[in-house]
Design a protein around this ligand. Structure first.
Ligand code: PMV
Length: 329
């Protein structure tokens, strides 16, 4: 049983996941879709060995809470149970971007942990099985396993809820600009907690879940037809759908800041000029703009000119989670 290191990319949801039908298994209420982001990732090294008397966890040095450690240990338990081993492990993980900031760190985190831990313990999982394992650590992590543009299926059974790639028109040269804006001042509510609250309290939840299903159909149709404008419309509709559900949760979850909305407005203005980038936001204030290479330079320049925008990261479509050679310890 050796030491294994894996790298996984974050992903930005095009059709959003927000709520579970089975909390323990992390089975989602609706199917979702996402794009992997090649520049935003997590690297994790795992070693199972008799020398460890307890699980040792390190995330970005010492920047993690007891709850985060507990979640990692619970995931190691899943892997140990699958493999029928009881060895303790050391886990060292490094994110190349801020955690818990609505840039999907749990997605890349649990995808990297799943690949590294499963390989280290000698489990031979295919991509579907790996996606199912990652899903149980964090729902969106199921989509960071295949990477690319993918769909995560809702299902009542664990073995049917996994993510797999979908086709994108060959002529679309997809890019995502991720604009980091100032931090939120509000109290942090985890996505796990937030989506449970929304399901319980938003009067629009049921209709929201139904709309997610319709929007995934619209997205698939736009991809089949190569309808770029139709694709972008779904991306933005889904951004509003998620945040309407969040805003109508008790207590209200408002993730947007002035800068978030300023970027939306600028994108709408640019569209009038024929420059097409479509905005979307996960559970945080930062904005992802999905565009094509031809418009990227102009969009980037415009976003960087907005006060309060801290940094813009240019991403290509990220690949699948994979084992790499360089260990963190
Ligand atoms: O898997 P989690 O707990 O990180 O939830 C992700 C939720 C959103 O990022 C807001 C939406 C999504 O589909 O990724």
């Amino acid at each position: 049983m050796g030491k294994v290191t894996a790298k996984a990319n974050a992903n930005i949801a095009l059709v959003k996941y927000w709520g579970k039908q089975d909390v323990g298994l992390r089975l989602p209420m609706n199917s979702s879709a996402a794009i992997g982001l090649d520049k935003i990732n997590t690297v994790t090294t795992v070693e199972f060995d008799e020398k460890y008397k307890d699980d040792e966890v390190e995330i970005d040095g010492d920047k993690f809470s007891d709850e985060e450690k507990e979640r990692v240990v619970k995931h190691l338990d899943r892997v140990r149970e699958m493999a029928g081993v009881s060895l303790k492990a050391k886990v060292v993980t490094q994110n190349n971007f801020p955690k818990g900031a609505g840039a999907a760190s749990s997605a890349s985190g649990f995808a990297a942990l799943s690949v590294a831990a499963a390989e280290a313990v000698g489990l031979k999982l295919d991509q579907k099985e790996m996606s199912i394992l990652a899903r149980q650590g964090s729902g969106s992590a199921s989509r960071s396993v295949p990477g690319g543009v993918c769909v995560w299926h809702t299902a009542e059974k664990s073995e049917e809820s996994f993510a797999e790639p979908i086709e994108v028109p060959k002529e679309w040269d997809l890019r995502v600009l991720l604009a980091f804006v100032g931090d939120l001042k509000m109290k942090k509510v985890s996505t796990t907690e937030g989506m449970a609250l929304t399901k319980e309290t938003s009067p629009y939840y049921e209709v929201g879940v139904r709309e997610a299903g319709n929007n995934l159909k619209r997205l698939r149709r736009a991809l089949e037809r190569g309808d770029w404008g139709g694709f972008g419309q779904v991306v933005e509709d889904e951004c509003y759908r998620l945040h309407i559900l969040c805003m109508t949760t008790q207590p209200n979850l408002l993730y947007w800041t002035g800068e978030t909305v300023a970027i939306f407005q600028r994108m709408l203005e640019l569209r009038e000029e024929g420059v097409e980038g479509f905005f979307t936001v996960d559970a945080g204030p930062h904005v992802h703009v999905v565009c094509q290479t031809k418009d990227m330079g102009r969009i980037r320049k415009e976003i960087e000119g907005i006060g309060g925008v801290k940094r813009v990261v240019e991403c290509k479509v990220g690949g699948p989670a994979e084992v790499i050679d360089e260990h963190l310890f």
